[in-house]
Design a protein around this ligand. Structure first.
Ligand code: SF4
Ligand code: SF4
Length: 286
């Protein structure tokens, strides 16, 4: 079973929920956690996993053979990323940091002066602790193509899984609803939408659940820090009831969650009381 943990707004506690669910599942099932929040992966910190490099992730980039270039400027005008700067009478200049490797410039060049090379855009790491196999992707500083890293990460997670035969795969997605999130949700059996009682979190949750509906994936809501603003929590419950979405968990706001991050230990180890909360969530997912 593949479970995505997402939520739209950053800071709602997706990683805490994903790692705690992985801890709970790992007690009885072979479990893998995929940290797809590639711009800021932190599941290895929450689970004290010592990561080791698995592979690099590359992206295609154009390479020019100026002996064939007629300085027509077509490559620059087709590049939607503005990664090619063209000045009349000069050879095109390339800003590789903003190139996303779409190859449009290569196709547009009338003299085949452009071929493809590659650049490293990130790294995939693996590790294990608490009986959880962790695979995590990390985007290189300054690079933009986080969706590519997530797609590669999912591919490698599937490859590793063919050997390990994990029963549960939990995917901790990035914030937002863009490319990296869509790449995290595709092919999953259940989406856990983590939110908190604030207007912006509910707004983003609705957008994420729109995606869940679009992909026809079963889903439920976890309200994190629910006791911070009980009246707004009620608004989330009303929204869920109106849209027939189950609230599968409510997590209180306690200092234990901060201690968990500071001590780099799962919250259920800091305070075993939380086991019940995550056990309840799992029961409703199954
Ligand atoms: S590969 Fe795409 S993004 Fe990169 S320079 Fe060419 S057209 Fe621009
Ligand atoms: S499209 Fe080809 S020929 Fe035209 S400027 Fe670009 S590289 Fe040169």
């Amino acid at each position: 079973m593949k479970i995505a943990v997402t939520g739209g707004k950053g800071g709602t506690g997706k990683s805490t929920v994903a790692s705690s669910l992985a801890m709970e599942f790992a007690g009885s099932k072979k479990t893998m956690l995929v940290d797809a929040d590639v711009e800021c992966p932190n599941d290895h910190l929450l689970l004290s996993v010592k990561r080791k490099k698995y592979c690099n992730v590359y992206q295609p980039i154009p390479k020019w053979d100026f002996s064939k270039c007629t300085k027509c400027g077509k490559c620059a005008s087709i590049c939607k990323q503005n990664a090619i700067v063209f000045v009349e009478g000069k050879y095109p200049a390339f800003v590789k940091e903003v190139c996303i490797g779409c190859k449009a410039c290569m196709v547009a060049c009338p003299t085949q002066a452009i071929s493809m090379s590659k650049k490293q855009i990130g790294t995939i790491y693996i590790g294990k602790n608490y009986n959880i196999d962790l695979i995590t992707g990390e985007l290189k500083l300054g690079e933009l193509a986080s969706g590519e890293i997530v797609a590669e990460l999912r591919k490698h997670a599937d490859e590793i899984n063919e050997k390990l035969k994990q029963e549960i795969v939990i995917i901790d997605s990035a914030a937002g609803i863009g490319c990296p999130v869509i790449a995290s949700l595709v092919g999953t059996d259940y989406i856990v939408g983590v939110t908190e009682p604030t207007p912006s979190a509910l707004h983003d949750l609705k957008r994420v659940l729109y995606l869940a509906n679009h992909f026809k994936i079963k889903h439920g809501i976890v309200i994190n820090k629910f006791d911070l603003e009980k009246s707004f929590c009620k608004k989330i419950e009303n929204f869920a009831q109106k849209n027939k979405i189950p609230i599968i968990g409510k997590i209180p706001y306690r200092k234990d969650f901060i201690d968990s991050m500071i001590k780099m230990k799962p919250v259920v180890e800091i305070n075993p009381e939380y086991k019940k909360v995550f056990e309840r969530i799992i029961k409703q997912i199954n």
